[in-house]
Write a protein that binds this ligand. Sequence first.
Ligand code: ATP
Ligand code: MG
Ligand code: MG
Length: 549
Amino acid sequence: SEERSLNFIEQIVEEDIANGVNDGRVLTRFPPEPNGYLHIGHAKSIALNFGLAQKYNGKTNLRFDDTNPVTEDTEYVESIKEDIRWLGFEWEKELYASDYFEQLYAFAVKLIEKGLAYVEDASADEIAAAKGTPTVPGTPTPARSRTVAENLDLFDRMRKGEFKDGEKTLRAKADLASPNMHMRDPLMYRIKHAHHHRTGDKWCIYPMYDFAHGQSDSIEHITHSICTLEFIPHRALYDWFIKELDIFPSHQYEFARLNLTYTVMSKRKLKQLVEEGHVNGWDDPRMPTISGLRRRGYTPASIRQLCERVGVQKRDNMIELSLLEFCIREELNRTANRVMAVLDPVKLVITNYPEGQVEEMTADNNPEDENAGSRTLHFSNTLYIEREDFMENPPKKFFRLGPGNMVRLKNAYIIKGESFDKDADGNITTIYATYLPESKSGGDQSGLTVKGTIHWVSAEHAATAEVRIYDRLFTAENPQAEEADFTTFINPDSLQVIKEAFVEPGLLQAKPGERFQFLRKGYFVVDADSTADKVVFNRTVTLKDAWAK
Ligand code: ATP
Ligand code: MG
Ligand code: MG
C-alpha cells in the first residue's frame, strides 16, 4: 500500500505542507450526526480523515454534529465511539457542535450587525417560492429590508422562545441572484421547541448545517474539512461565512461517497429497517453497519483494506459487495483456524471399525500458518458427514461418497460406501461404509489415491451448534435507485438458521468474536448468543465468491 500513488486529497495536503499553509499543521475531523449507527460508508470517511492525520503527523477530532435535537440520542454517541475505536482509530478531542451554540449565536449576531443576516417571517413554502430558479433570480421578501436593530431584537426574542416553531427563521443576506441556489439567502437558524440530548431545554433555536459545520471547523482550527460530493454547492457558503465572520479559514474538500451494491447506505434507511423489523437490530449481521459487520465476523483490518482498495475518488461510483467479501476472505484464509463442522448432518457407520474404539487423530490448525499448531480429533465408528457428500446413484464425476465409491475422511481414513437406510419418506437416515485400516492420514500404506476428501465429526464427541447463514439483504443491485420503496427489494431469504449442526467439541470453548474456517464451508464467527452448551455461529463469507460471473 506504500507504493500506491497519492490520492487527490493527499496531493492537496502535501502541497499545503510544502507551501507552509497553517505552518504545515494537519487537523482533520470526523463529524457524525448522532442519529444512528455508523455504516461502512462512514468507515470510508473515518479511514480517510484519520489516515491523513496519521500519514502527515496530524490529528483528528471527533465532532458530533448534534444540531438537530429531534433525531439525536446518546445511545448513538456511545455506539459511534465504540465503532471508531474498533476500526482502530483514536481521536484527539471529543467535541460537540452543541458546545458551540453560544459561540454560534454570537457569530449570528455579528452577521446581523454587519447587515448580513435578517429575521424572516415567511414560511418555508413562501421562501422556496421566492427563491427563483437557477436561471431566474430570487425576489426579496419584505423581511429582507428590516433594520439591524429590528433584526437584533427579533433574533433575541427567537432565542427567548417568544415564537412558535416555523414562525421565524434567521437567514443570511447573501445573494438572491446567485446561480448557486445555496447562496440565495440560506437559512441559518430555525426554531425548534425540542429537548436536546446534551443542552436539554436551554435552546429553542438551532443552527442549520451550513451555519454550524464550517463555523465548528473554524473554531477548532480544522485545516482540511473533508466531506462528500453533495456538499460541493455548499462550499461557496462555507467560505462566505468564514470570510464575513473573519474567523480561522478552514477549507472544505469533497470526495465520492462509498456506495456498495445490494446495500442501502443511509442512517435514515437503516433505521427504518430496524424499526420496521426487517432486521434484528442495528447490529444484525446483514446490516452494513460497523456493528453489523463486526457481528458478521468482519475484522477492522478487512474494512480498512476495502477503504484502501476503493481509494479516494472525485466521481460517485458503485463498489461491488464482493470486493468487501474478497478482503475478509483473504485475511481469514491467512488467520482463521480450520475446523470441521457438519451443517446438514447424516449418520455414517463404519461397519468394520471396532465399536466403542476411539482413536486420536492429529489435524493442522492452519496450513497457511506454520505457527498455528495442531489439535486432536476423536475418531470412532459412528460419524456425521454432510448429507450432500453422499449420493445414492452418483454420476461419474461425483468424487464423494456413494455405494462402491471411495473417499478420504479428512485427517483419518479412506472409506468405501456400502449401503444405506431410508425412512418412510425416502430420506437417507444412515450410511454404511468400510474403512481401509492401512490408509490412515500421515502414514497411508494403501497405495490408493482417491479424488475426494470430505469432513466429518464423531457423533459421540460432537458438540451441537446453531449456524446462521446470511445472504445479501437486497435483491436489487441499487435498491435506493429504484422507483419502488427500497424495502420492496428486501431479500426474503437473507437468513437461514440451521438449528442442529455438529461441530468439533473444542468449539464449545470458543468465545464470541472468534473466527474459524469450517472446512469446505466458509468462514464463521462465534455469535454472542452462544451459551455454555450451544455455540452459535454466523457465516461471515463463503470460501469462494458464489456470485462470480
Ligand atoms: P447518512 O445519510 O447515512 O446519515 P450522513 O452523511 O448524513 O450519512 P453523517 O453522520 O453526517 O452522516 O456523516 C459523518 C461523515 O461521514 C460525514 O463527513 C459524511 O460525509 C461521511 N459519510 C457518510 N456517508 C458516507 C459514505 N457513504 N461514504 C463516505 N463518507 C460518508
Ligand atoms: Mg450529515
Ligand atoms: Mg444523514
